[in-house]
Design a protein around this ligand. Structure first.
Ligand code: NAP
Length: 282
């Protein structure tokens, strides 16, 4: 019998997960708003009773939580909402999973690190530099109290969003003016299409614990965004802006070491190959 998986949060990542994982599992989607022809269930995961009731009814084998306020700047400006979405929701989902013995997969971020060192290993100790990172670290700790859980620490994601019909970089669409205040940041961005197959591999291999998920290439932020910007052959939408007006300095080098996922045979697309794939898509 096919196993059942519930994807909570059908946003940029959730949509890619939904499309890929339905080839292997019975997939049920949950979101607060989004509804693709009625196939996504409307549930507010900040409401304990709602998510408990829903998961008890569905009885999935696995639950992937992608819900978050994913912009670290937005989190800095609204601690209460950030806490609700990035921490409380994760705890509600974990408790509901524990009741039905479902395995929880939580999407965390390389921003749990302060960015002073780079090339972080799964064993390195996180150090918060914003509300976003504080609450991701706290949520990770809760989720990992269940030894079967998986925590994915991801570098910025990029790729094509079929719903928005645009390229997406991190939490922003590449349309209009794309402002960069810190061009020298170092990142190993991950092609969004790689993440569903990595998660599938971790499930099939019955893995648990923390896994770094990042691209192969360590890139300056400006070089990374410029190359994506050039795919569409439009005149540049990038604007370098004065960092002194930026609300919160991002961590400098959040790059992650991906030896652990490489060792268990996960495939990561190089930035050059991802650019080729995106050119064909656009
Ligand atoms: N994007 C990146 O580059 C990146 C990098 C590292 C880690 N991450 C992490 O990866 C995860 C997925 O990121 P993403 O970019 O796919 O985020 P996203 O596009 O914002 O998706 C999150 C989804 O959750 C939904 N949601 C919000 N509140 C909810 C609630 N109370 N109940 C149910 N659903 C709710 C959102 O709906 P609305 O849109 O209607 O609010 C949205 O569809 C997040 O945990 C993020 O922190 C992302």
């Amino acid at each position: 019998m096919r196993k059942k998986i519930v994807i909570i949060g059908v946003g940029f990542l959730g949509r890619h997960l939904f499309k890929f994982l339905r080839n292997y599992f019975d997939v049920v989607g949950v979101d607060i708003n989004y509804n693709e022809n009625g196939s996504i269930n409307k549930v507010d995961v900040t409401n304990k009773k709602e998510i408990n009731f829903f998961l008890k009814k569905e009885k999935p084998d696995f639950v992937i939580n992608t819900v978050a306020m994913s912009s670290y700047v937005a989190c800095q400006n609204n601690y209460e909402l950030c806490r609700k979405l990035n921490y409380n929701a994760a705890v509600n989902i974990l408790n509901a999973c524990n009741h039905i013995s479902a395995k929880m997969i939580f999407i965390s971020s390389s921003y749990v690190f302060d960015g002073d060192k780079g090339n972080y290993l799964e064993e390195d100790i996180p150090n918060a530099s914003s509300h976003y990172s504080t609450l991701k670290i706290a949520a990770e700790k809760e989720v990992l109290k269940n030894k079967k859980s998986i925590v994915i620490r991801s570098e910025p994601m990029y790729g094509y969003d079929e719903l928005k019909k645009t390229l997406v970089i991190g939490t922003k669409s590449l349309e209009g003016n794309f402002e960069i205040a810190y061009p020298e940041l170092l990142r190993c961005p991950i092609f969004i299409n790689d993440i569903p197959s990595i998660i599938y591999g971790l499930i099939i291999k019955e893995e648990c614990g923390i896994f770094n998920v990042a691209g192969k290439d360590k890139l300056r932020w400006i070089d990374f965004v410029s190359k994506l910007d050039m795919i569409e052959n439009k005149f540049s939408r990038i604007r370098i802006v004065d960092a002194s007006n930026w609300e919160l300095e991002p961590p400098h080098d959040t790059t992650l070491d991906i030896t652990k996922i490489n060792k268990i045979g996960m495939n990561i697309t190089s930035f050059t190959d991802a650019l080729d794939k995106l050119r064909k898509l656009l």
